[in-house]
Every structure is written in C-alpha cells, then in structure tokens.
Design a binder for this molecule. Structure first.
Ligand SMILES: NC(=O)c1ccc[n+]([C@@H]2O[C@H](COP(=O)([O-])OP(=O)(O)OC[C@H]3O[C@@H](n4cnc5c(N)ncnc54)[C@H](OP(=O)(O)O)[C@@H]3O)[C@@H](O)[C@H]2O)c1
Length: 260
C-alpha cells in the first residue's frame, strides 16, 4: 500500500513550503485546505516535477464534521497516512470585546477541535500499525500568550499541552508526536493590523521556507518540540523567569500599535 504524508493548510504559507520541500524529498502527499484551485495547481506542478503521487481533498476544517469526512475519504481510498501534519490554522488581532465571536469559535474549531479529531483518528490507525508520526503546529505564542490575540494564544497553548502529553502517552507504541512552534513568520497569516504593532515593527519576520525546513526535519526525524529561532527560544525561557505582571506589561506594549 502506498504511504502518504497528509498536510493540512497546504495551500499557502508554512504548509505550502513544507509540501514543496517534502515533494523534493520524493514523499507522496495528500494536500488539504479550502482552496481547491490552489491544491489542484500544486498537484500538477509537484507530481510532474518530482514524479511522486499527490492527492488533494478540499475541506473546510473549521467545520469539524469535515475533519471526520477527510479521514473517512482517505480510508475508503486506501491511502495509508504515515505522517500527519496538523498545520491549518488562523489567528485574529483585536480587542476581545470587539472581535467577532463567530470568527473565534471557528478558530477554536479549526485550530483545536479538528486537530484533535484528526490526531485521534489517525493516531489509532498508526498505533495499530506500530508506526507513524504526527506533527502539530503550535506557536511561540503558546509560551508567551499575547494581549489582543487572546483566543488565538489559547488555541496554540492547547496544541502545545495536548501534543506534549500525547507524545508521552504514546511513547513505545512506534508513534511519535511532535510540536512545531514558529515565531512571527512572513505569510498571509499576518494581517495589516498585526503589521502595525510594535512587535512586528521591531522584529524581522522569518521566511515560511525557513520555518518549513525546521518543520520537515522535526516531522521526519525529530522528537519533542521545536521552537523556531534563537530569539524565540530565548523569549520563551524569559517568560518562565520574569514575573507574570512584568512580562504582560512588556507584551501589552509590543502588541499595541502605539509608539513605544
Ligand atoms: N505566520 C505566523 O507568524 C505563524 C506563527 C506561529 C504559528 N503559525 C501557525 O502556522 C500555521 C500555518 O499558518 P501560516 O502562517 O502558514 O498561514 P497561512 O499562509 O494563512 O496558511 C494557513 C493555511 O491554513 C489553511 N486554512 C485556513 N483556514 C482553513 C479552514 N477553515 N479549513 C481548512 N484549511 C484552512 C489555509 O488554506 P485555505 O485558505 O485554502 O483554506 C492555508 O493553507 C497555522 O497553524 C498558524 O497558526 C503561524
């Protein structure tokens, strides 16, 4: 049976770059996202360039039933998923009292619920085969929850806690769960409002290609978690040392668009 790496959120940003790099390494891929045209173009390009098998299945994973449908469609097509990358996700920026509740509930469904559904369904299968790897994409924000991104920060803290504990539960089963924690990365994820914040103005964004290459290494060979970038690793340690009120004051300034 042919084996595949399943990537969610493969149509742009970090997921797109991971697909490019894994295809160059000759892995067969199943790509998913909402934008079917982009996925079809990637299938054309990557299969003819690298002579690999690429399937795509368009799904809106903010609708949790579509996560189950994705699993069922893959099973009934007899595609064996050796690696799963739970990468699809989005954030929002703004005062919690003014942001859209509907958008935030969709965010929780995509970033958390569908990730849990896909992990449960594919992990069961992988454990039965005594082999498999799942990489969940969290964020450095899981260590440094940011004001004006309260719900997003919480979703990524969930992903980190979930992945670390599940990794321990599955130790010795042949299934490895890892967590990728990127810092600010140049993708469509960064909204114009985010670009106006002191954090973004005072930081050089990492390229999606660089983050993807760390992700590919972690997915294929790594264990545990990978915080991408020295500064992000340093900041995550600092967050554990500095008192919370001091840390939150710094983050309030960084998260604001007012001049420091
Ligand atoms: N960029 C950063 O600064 C940063 C930092 C830390 C962590 N991350 C995380 O990295 C991951 C990838 O984000 P990115 O930066 O590469 O952003 P991106 O370029 O916006 O890519 C997001 C991907 O998720 C897919 N997606 C969005 N909503 C979806 C939905 N409802 N159903 C299915 N797929 C959906 C998008 O495809 P469609 O629009 O075609 O559906 C796209 O392929 C996310 O989990 C994000 O939280 C990003």
């Amino acid at each position: 049976m042919k084996q595949y790496i399943l990537i969610t959120g493969a149509s742009s940003g970090i997921g797109y770059e991971m697909a490019q790099q894994l295809a160059a390494l000759k892995y067969n891929l199943i790509l998913t996202a909402r934008n079917e045209d982009k996925l079809a173009a990637m299938q054309q390009e990557l299969s003819s360039k690298y002579g690999i098998v690429i399937h795509y299945i368009a799904k809106d994973l903010s609708k949790t039933e579509q996560a189950t449908q994705l699993f069922n469609e893959i099973q009934s097509s007899n595609y064996q998923v050796s690696h799963l990358v739970n990468n699809a996700g989005f954030g929002d920026y703004g005062n919690f009292l003014e942001t859209s509740l509907e958008k935030e509930l969709n965010m929780i469904d995509l970033n958390v619920s569908s990730l849990v559904i896909l992990t449960k369904l594919f992990a069961k299968d992988m454990v039965a085969r005594k082999s498999g790897r799942i990489m969940n994409v969290s964020s450095v924000i899981a260590y440094l929850p940011f004001p004006y991104q309260s719900v997003y920060s919480a979703t990524k803290a969930f992903v980190l806690a979930f992945s670390q504990t599940l990794a321990a539960e599955l130790e010795g089963t042949g299934v490895v769960i890892t967590t990728l924690a990127p810092g600010v990365t140049e993708t469509a994820f960064i909204s114009p409002e985010m670009r106006e914040t002191n954090l973004l103005k005072s930081n050089k964004l990492t390229s999606a290609k660089t983050v993807a290459s760390k992700g590919v290494k972690l997915l294929l060979h790594g264990k545990g978690k990978k915080i991408v970038g020295f500064q992000n690793r340093f900041n995550s340690i600092l967050a554990g040392i500095l008192p919370d009120p001091v840390m939150m004051k710094i983050k309030m300034k960084l998260a604001s668009a007012k001049k420091l």
